[in-house]
Design a binder for this molecule. Sequence first.
Ligand SMILES: NC(=O)C1=CN([C@@H]2O[C@H](COP(=O)(O)OP(=O)(O)OC[C@H]3O[C@@H](n4cnc5c(N)ncnc54)[C@H](O)[C@@H]3O)[C@@H](O)[C@H]2O)C=CC1
Ligand SMILES: O=C(O)C1=N[C@H](C(=O)O)C[C@H](O)C1
Length: 246
Amino acid sequence: MTIRVGVLGAQGRMGAEVCRAVDAAEGMEVVAKIDVGDDISKLDGAQVVVDFTHPDVVMDNVKYAVEHGIHCVVGTSGFSAARLDTVSEWLAAAPEVGVLIAPNFAIGAVLSMRFAEMAAKYYESVEIIELHHPRKADAPSGTAAHTARLIGAARAAAGLGLAPDATTHDPDGARGALVDDVRVHAVRLSGLIAHQEVLFGGPGETLTIRHDSTDRNSFMPGVVLAVRSIVDRPGLLVGLDKLMDL
Ligand SMILES: NC(=O)C1=CN([C@@H]2O[C@H](COP(=O)(O)OP(=O)(O)OC[C@H]3O[C@@H](n4cnc5c(N)ncnc54)[C@H](O)[C@@H]3O)[C@@H](O)[C@H]2O)C=CC1
Ligand SMILES: O=C(O)C1=N[C@H](C(=O)O)C[C@H](O)C1
């Protein structure tokens, strides 16, 4: 059976790439391409919706899909713990629906987040640098925020708190944002797509875990895997790793 897919944000950088990838993939087809100004009810024939829109609108989109029994594959950033709780509440009233929220669909990014989580308890210092194209709307990136949460939880479980830092004078915020006790720095630079470095440091050594998406096609195998999988995975999943045999 062919999976019928609706794409929200279909005219955007990611949405357009998703339309091409889904149509090229075996066993699925795009049945609705929706962008600003289109009626969201065009989704109604779809089994799965893929959302790459904007953090300000994604919650309304997911709510609509869940209430209409449509599974969701969500790449849009901006998912705080509070937002995830809200999605879980909606799903309690629609237990047959699956929602995957993935901060990053690139296989290497998923692996690098897992590696960072593994390394976290071994180092006293850690900082994240995320680097993106200058048209990105949000900072820090969803990937960096998720990585910080994973590292922060692993450090807390190991009894580690804030990394040592003698800074007492930082009037311009040069030490970055603090996300779950992890410093995160955001770079926006023409010529970049999506990149991240996680820097760990301890006595006499550093470890750098770096991932680079140099083309948006890097996200497409993950999106296609998610569309194929979500129809059989009711409930909320956070992270593409939940669908990979890591
Ligand atoms: N999880 C992942 O692997 C990735 C996530 N992203 C995230 O995806 C989101 C979109 O990124 P881009 O494609 O680069 O942005 P973009 O700005 O190129 O595309 C967003 C599209 O959504 C449309 N849109 C806005 N509101 C809408 C609404 N209510 N209904 C339908 N369409 C609407 C816009 O008109 C635009 O065409 C961002 O949050 C970004 O961080 C981007 C790349 C990979
Ligand atoms: O806006 C982007 O481009 C990206 N957004 C996601 C994020 O915020 O982490 C994923 C990837 O970094 C590309």
